[in-house]
Design a protein around this ligand. Structure first.
Ligand code: MLT
Length: 312
């Protein structure tokens, strides 16, 4: 008797590569990226599916899971799983998987790009030059070489940022309770406490997930401990930095610049950081390269297929 092929729904904009993998593995796949932004319609259809493949737009809430009696696996094509209620999923026996490696280089590169952008005010200089102003004396920047970079979180992405920063001849200090002395030596970084990092860094970049421990890690109090003239880069998660407090510190001149790819509320159509001088912002593009999106789509489709077809 023929068994029914498992059914997978892709509700966010995943690379075509994922659709192809599911088909090659004889999985019945539906690709509808509009569903990630329409939770009511998603809740109406989710009951049919064994697997759900997502990026960050789809919110996997308790309510959605309650409407999904057949669901066995949620696959996140990317790293952060903070858009998934993992407790609710495990209570229902739904496996949550991510792809921790596919976009790490791409995200590290974005953080480095943002650091250059804020050091040299490239976006503002670009807008001014396009406007025909030729403001050569307005945009005085700073060098990265010889400066101290404080890396908060030296895991997969942070570790690559450390490596790239060392190649740029920066001195790197890292705060990460999970970083071993051995790994720190290998990365040629100095392992420090958070207060020490805040005091010493000319640039700070964050590479930690958003958890109860890391939420507001750059609070008003911690921002006040930073070195005057510091520039802060966040390509990790919104909510790690108190945006209101940072905006105040930028206005007072204590913080010289900020480059943010992620925001406490996304999609971010407003933020205390918007329209301040020396603030560079991008719309959560950290993982947005053709290479990374292909990697994460392939990985998530392979992992989900393995699980649905063999339980492995
Ligand atoms: C991630 O956690 O991998 C990123 O936020 C990726 C994304 O934007 O999908």
């Amino acid at each position: 008797e023929p068994t029914m092929a498992p059914k997978v729904l892709i509700s966010d904009s995943l690379s075509d590569a994922a659709v192809q993998i599911f088909r090659d593995r004889s999985i019945d796949v539906t690709f509808d990226p509009s569903l990630g932004k329409d939770k009511d319609r998603l809740a109406q259809v989710i009951g049919d599916y064994d697997g759900l493949a997502i990026r960050s737009a789809t919110k996997v809430t308790e309510k959605l899971l309650a409407a999904a009696p057949n669901l066995k696996v949620v696959g996140r094509a990317g790293i952060g799983t903070d858009n998934i209620d993992k407790d609710a999923a495990s209570r229902r026996g739904v496996i949550v998987m991510n792809t921790p490696y596919g976009n790490m280089i791409t995200t590290a590169e974005h953080a480095i790009a943002m650091m250059f952008a804020v050091a040299r005010q490239i976006p503002e200089a670009n807008a001014s030059t396009h406007a025909g102003k030729w403001e050569k004396s307005r945009f005085m920047g700073v060098e990265l070489s010889g400066k101290t970079l404080g890396v908060i979180g030296a895991g997969n992405i942070g570790g690559i940022v450390c490596d790239r920063a060392r190649a740029l001849r920066m001195k790197v200090v890292a705060y990460d309770p999970f970083l071993s002395e051995e790994r720190a030596t290998q990365l040629q970084v100095e392992k420090v406490e958070l207060d020490d990092l805040l005091k010493r860094a000319d640039f700070i970049t964050l590479h930690v997930p958003l958890t109860d421990q890391t939420k507001n890690i750059l609070s008003a109090e911690n921002i006040a401990k930073t070195k005057p003239g510091v520039r802060i880069v966040n390509c990790a998660r919104g909510g790690l930095v108190d945006e209101e407090a940072l905006a105040e510190a930028l206005k007072s001149g204590h913080v010289a610049g900020a480059a943010f790819d992620v925001f406490a509320t996304e999609p971010a159509t407003a933020s205390p950081l918007f329209n301040l001088p020396n603030v560079v912002v991008t719309p959560h593009l950290g993982a947005a390269t053709t290479e990374a999106q292909e990697n994460v789509a392939l990985q998530v489709a392979e992992q989900m297929s393995d699980y649905l077809l063999t339980g492995a």
